[in-house]
Design a protein around this ligand. Structure first.
Ligand code: SER
Length: 724
């Protein structure tokens, strides 16, 4: 039997032989694309390449991409467990052409892979094309009789990533599983999709959908294809549904062991096994890639998925957290292909367990509240009560309905739905606004015209550059007059733009007597360095040649604090253990703040031990070095700290202090000795399982020491007791 691991490999090997670069999956949470809740297709990481906003050193690529389809445009959550093919987490095999080959080759590749690599019997294959796409229709007739090619309309055969972004007509490949899976006679009339299983979608990328709904032609027609690996596996392994293929069935076996209930396809409890197996993968990969269950956005979606898993878990008799107990099997099966699972295993287990514990408590409380509601209700449970149970207590509507039935009560579904719609609208409004998207398009156009701004990292901190643009009151302007505030974009700059937790630099941009005072620097779009501040003297015009000088004293203090953050990260792992991973950080000139996962408060001894270790490394005055590596190589280096939630470029930068190596783009001090002295000012909790350390260095650290001395002196005077 061919295993998932082998099919994935054979697919990628095939495309490698056809001249495609094999690119690693991007994280399931696209941290740099807030228009997208989760990575929903292989093409996401190439969005800018399709749009012509960035170029890669390859024109053909292939991937096996981790995808999550919950929330957003593509949402399969409620189907999971109730169909043979839907999953919230799945792997998408895909090949891509960026303006190189188009329909003909894409169709030929898909046919060869389907018949030679997947080894599907061609007689069972069917094709759909977009109803107006005669060209694709003709191309397919080379491989398959016309009787098995159908034309389908826009709803199914025009693919778009989201409300905006690359899109185009598509052509899908189907496998006819036979008459026992339904009476449909072709993919166009198979409404349930159970008989004609769609396993591969070829998108002929031709347009960019703009925020106003218009379709703008892409610079070059391109190809984006996606084949659901689990669906392909169900066909290769001759299984009735995706849950019976090797990977998911392996997880189900672990659920059987834990629940002591056998999985029997089609029985009433089968959906519970499927839901748990799927949701475990979705949750584990999302957590490994840096998402935490919470009340907002991605975190909220994750919370919903976890709660659904728990509800189904209850059907199998689980009354306390169980997901972390299934995690070892998932890691055993998928860890060798996705190392992030191994690296984050403790964190995943902790997050799952804490979140489940909280939900079990909630269910108990919700159950009690429902009992009170039932007692007080005459004929029906009001929409607002049902909504409160769901929204506040996570108590599902279906359960409210089931229980209400036992008491001969109706549920006001209409009222419930109105409230739910309102809540959804509110959360949509919290997502990226259309104006933000429009603003991004503006910057993208800007980069297309001028190229990226160059960050001059090293040197004196004084860089001569040219003013490319001035923005004031939300408009591009030709100049800035004395007293006006605005944003200045230069072709070259030594100013560091706020990123990775490090604040932006400040300083001055001058041309002769004219001076723009830079309060901070941001990067509103990749490749744009925006100096924000005020024209304090004279005027500044586009095309001026200027001298940008950063505030070097402030930069040095920021750099000291950034290096101290790396020391702290290293010391935390020595003192508390390898599970300690950064979840957030802020570095400015007066302090550093570091969030990390750890289940409990730090003891006084632990805090002192961490301080001692950092100060020892400071006194050793170790020289730092920085260098670049191809990301693929860095990924293989276990000695380099890296965060799987981050999206890195093809080349990454390593900050190396011998004992500590981290991928980091920030600015650092040259020798640890420059930090002077390190003190932890505060340790606290910011969320379940997440601690925060606030620390200071140099002068600020000295001030803390003097402050405690003063307090001691005052106490000694007050108590009339000598200090020693
Ligand atoms: N983007 C297309 C899809 O998701 C093909 O990969 O179906």
């Amino acid at each position: 039997m061919q295993h998932t691991h082998d099919v994935r490999k054979h697919f990628l090997d095939y495309f490698r032989q056809q001249g495609h670069a094999i690119i690693a999956s991007s994280p399931v949470a696209p941290l740099d694309d807030p228009s997208l809740l989760f990575t929903n297709a292989g093409m996401n990481q190439f969005k800018d390449v399709f749009l012509g906003k960035s170029v890669r050193d390859y024109q053909r690529a292939a991937t096996s991409q981790k995808c999550i389809r919950v929330g957003g445009k593509h949402n399969d959550l409620e189907n999971v467990g109730h169909t043979a093919r839907h999953l919230t987490f799945f792997e998408m095999l895909g090949n891509f052409s960026f303006g190189e080959y188009f329909k003909e080759k894409a169709i030929q590749f898909a046919w060869e892979v389907s018949t030679n690599i997947f080894k599907f019997n061609p007689e069972f294959l069917w094709i759909s094309v977009f109803e107006k796409d005669d060209e694709a229709y003709q191309l397919w007739t080379k491989f398959i009789p016309e009787s098995r090619i159908v034309r389908i309309g826009e709803k199914d055969n025009f693919w778009a990533m989201g409300d905006t972004g690359p899109c185009g007509p598509c052509s899908e490949l189907f496998y006819d599983k036979g008459a026992q899976f339904g009476s449909a006679t072709n993919p166009a009339n198979d409404l349930s999709g159970e008989r004609f299983m769609e396993f591969w979608n070829l998108v002929f990328m031709q347009y960019n959908k703009r925020a106003d709904g218009t379709l703008e032609p892409l610079p070059k027609p391109s190809i984006d294809t996606g084949a659901g690996l689990e669906r392909v596996m169900s066909l290769i392994q001759g299984k009735e549904n995706v849950f019976e293929t090797d990977v998911l069935r392996g997880i189900i076996a672990s659920i059987e062991e834990l629940s002591q209930i056998p999985y029997v396809a089609h029985d009433a409890r089968a959906p519970a096994f499927c839901v748990i197996a799927d949701h475990l993968r979705c949750l584990s990969f999302a957590i490994a890639d840096g998402v935490q269950p919470s009340n907002v956005e991605r975190g909220y979606v994750l919370r919903k998925v976890l709660r659904r898993a728990v509800r189904y878990g209850k059907m199998l008799g689980f009354e306390k957290p169980f997901l972390a107990l299934l995690l070892p099997r998932l890691i055993e099966i998928m860890g060798k292909d996705y190392k992030e699972l191994i690296i984050a295993k403790e964190r995943i287990a902790d997050v799952l367990t804490q979140e489940e514990e909280a939900f079990f408590r909630t269910l108990k409380r919700g159950g009690n509240i429902l009992n009170q509601i039932i007692e007080n209700s005459k004929e029906q449970i009001s929409g607002s009560d049902a909504f409160k149970l769901k929204d506040t207590y996570g108590f599902p509507l279906e359960e409210v309905q089931l229980i209400a039935k036992d008491y001969d009560l109706q549920v006001d579904i209409k009222g419930f739905e109105t409230l739910e719609r309102e809540a959804k609208e509110k959360s949509r409004a919290a997502q990226k606004s259309t104006s933000q998207v429009a603003e991004e398009n503006l910057y993208a156009d800007f980069i297309a015209k001028h190229g990226q701004c160059l960050f001059v990292r090293d040197g004196s901190g004084v860089v001569t550059g040219k003013v490319l643009a001035i923005v004031s009151d939300g408009q591009f302007r030709d100049c800035l007059e004395e007293g006006q505030e605005g944003m200045v974009i230069l072709d070259k700059s030594g100013f560091y733009a706020e990123m990775g937790g490090q604040v932006g630099d400040s300083g001055e941009i001058t041309s002769g007597p004219n001076c723009f005072s830079v309060a901070t620097v941001q990067s509103p779009f990749k490749g744009v360095i925006a100096h924000i501040g005020k024209q304090t003297q004279g005027r500044l015009s586009v095309h001026d040649t200027v001298e940008g000088a950063i505030d070097k004293t402030r930069r040095q203090r920021i750099a000291n604090n950034h290096t101290a953050t790396h020391l702290l990260h290293w010391a935390l792992r020595q003192v508390l253990g390898e599970h300690t991973k950064q979840t957030g950080s802020v570095v400015d000139e007066s302090r550093l703040r570091f969030d990390f996962n750890h289940p409990k408060a730090l003891t006084e001894e632990e805090i002192r031990a961490i301080e001692l270790m950092c100060n020892e490394k400071i006194r050793a005055n170790i020289a730092l070095s920085t260098y670049e590596l191809p990301y693929e190589e860095a990924q293989k280096r276990e000695d380099i700290m890296q965060f799987f939630g981050e999206k890195y470029g093809n080349v990454v930068r390593v900050v190396d202090i011998n004992f500590s190596k981290e991928l980091c783009g920030g600015t650092h001090t040259s020798h640890t000795g420059n930090i002077g002295y390190f003190r932890i000012a505060k340790e606290s909790s910011i969320a379940a399982g997440i601690r925060r350390i606030e620390a200071v260095t140099g002068h600020e650290a000295e001030s803390i020491a003097y402050q405690s001395d003063r307090t001691l002196q005052e106490l000694s005077t007050l108590l009339k007791t000598p200090l020693s």
